[in-house]
Design a protein around this ligand. Structure first.
Ligand code: PDD
Length: 290
């Protein structure tokens, strides 16, 4: 059934978005005390659901919150949500917060039900020619905490950093901590150094992106040399290609960094190869065989 209004999921019920309300005492509202996931779906097929649910479990463990649903229950709810909304390609946003306490208190409330919310939006991939134009990026000091592997809804540092990039006319901020590039404000970062694709190793300083994993896997399957190791700021500035990856932006080439051209200043050959492989993967998923 398709409604004219967006249908969302809130605490066990599907409802029109204008009818979905959460208390002002929700800890997600008061403290940013929650975790989230963004899962793309192509032709009604969720991309790497198992990996997203595993990362969700890791985030929940990281904030000491019980998973409110079993994996089969998540799968069933998310598929129902996709079916209730229109769009060939969609992206699901889901979040779980520590629920509504009786008063504002930093301590965890006892025996409170978490708040579970999910919505889906149309996902429009950037056309190839537009993606090929690439984006500009700026480097900024990574001012975030040391638990960036938790996908928390507390994103104030990320939003401040992204806005700073936007104010400078750039499409993403590449974050630098202790002389190393960690990730983007809402993406992972890859560089090409002497023909090798390099991305920073997972750990507390960055989010283990599902797109990042897929890119590493595609590189491995197609014998494209790749490494997971620290990237120095000097290496970042001398890379022949820089890409950012995320579920919603896929793989985008960075053609200018802090106003200087990256490599030739155009999307590079390894990006061209990788985006083809990524699009092939999406097509297989649409056909139900990925
Ligand atoms: N963010 N790093 C950060 C800080 C991110 O916010 C994201 C994605 C990624 C890439 O992860 P993935 O490939 O699993 O999307 C890396 C989502 C898209 C968001 O906040 O909207």
């Amino acid at each position: 059934m398709h409604s004219s209004e967006q249908i969302v999921y809130l605490n066990g019920e599907f409802k029109e978005i204008s009818q979905a309300c959460v208390s002002v005492l929700d800890r997600g509202f008061l403290f940013g005390d929650g975790v989230y996931e963004v899962i793309p779906a192509y032709g009604g097929h969720l991309l790497r659901l198992e990996s997203h649910l595993q990362r969700l479990q890791n985030s929940l463990d990281g904030i000491r919150l019980a998973n409110p649903l079993s994996n089969p229950a998540w799968e069933s709810m998310l598929n129902q949500l996709l079916a209730k909304n229109s769009g060939e390609d969609q992206s699901i946003y889901l979040q779980i917060t520590r629920g509504v306490a009786v008063s504002r208190d930093h301590n965890f409330p006892h025996q409170v039900q978490s708040t579970v919310f999910a919505m889906c939006n149309r996902l429009t991939s950037m056309p190839r020619l537009e993606a090929e134009q690439g984006i500009e990026a700026v480097t900024l000091d990574d001012i975030r905490w040391r638990a960036c592997n938790i996908k928390t809804t507390a994103l104030l540092a990320n939003t401040l950093l992204r806005q700073q990039a936007t104010d400078k006319g750039a499409g993403e901020a590449i974050l630098i901590r202790d002389g190393h590039a960690t990730e983007g404000s809402a993406s992972n970062v890859f560089v090409v150094l002497s023909g090798v694709i390099v991305t920073a190793p997972t750990g507390p300083l960055l989010l283990p992106g599902i797109t990042r994993d897929l890119v590493l896997e595609l590189a491995d399957t197609h014998n494209i040399p790749c490494q997971q190791r620290d990237i120095t700021e000097v290496e970042l500035r001398s890379a022949s290609e820089i890409w950012i990856t995320s579920s919603t932006r896929e793989i985008l080439p960075v053609v200018k960094l802090d106003g200087e051209p990256v490599g030739t200043g155009r999307a590079g050959p390894l990006w061209q190869q990788m985006i083809d492989l990524y699009q092939q993967y999406k097509q297989q998923l649409r056909n139900g065989c990925a």
